[in-house]
Design a protein around this ligand. Sequence first.
Ligand code: S3P
Length: 165
Amino acid sequence: MRADAKNLILIGMMGTGKSTVGAILAEELGYELVDLDQVIVRKEGRSISDIFENDGEGYFRTVETESLRETVQTGGQVIATGGGAVLAEVNRELMKENGIVAALSATAEDIISRVNGDNNRPLLAGNAEERVRRILEERKDAYSFAHCTVDTTNLTAAQVCQYIL
Ligand code: S3P
């Protein structure tokens, strides 16, 4: 790990490929890959769905901010954030101050096909298609603070990485 280097922070809606792209980028850069949702799961000792179900989204967001604050203290990491990590101003500031922020975007159709059948995304429980469309609309400007944005439509994960690099 190159602790003196900046972090590369990936943001974007659920299902835009942050984890897949993050793994390739980490390999290419010789950085450590940190998945912020996994940091939260380890910290809490339970799944994301369990946290939402038993303590609600507000509690999850508090732990998400704590986890982000702790994670960005170390440099030389590719950090794949959860799709809603951009919602809090404090998180956006932490990201901008501690790394290069790259956003991944995708069409509603691509996102729906990628998240289909995944039951570890509590915000999509029920009618995933309708929820993806609604959340995309609610968050349409939330990812625009990134230093760069890659529209992943028709691109392979490797091509997305080349754009970011
Ligand atoms: C969320 C996205 C999820 C996870 C949680 C909330 C969101 O991460 O953090 O379910 O609000 O968009 P992924 O983007 O990795 O699915």
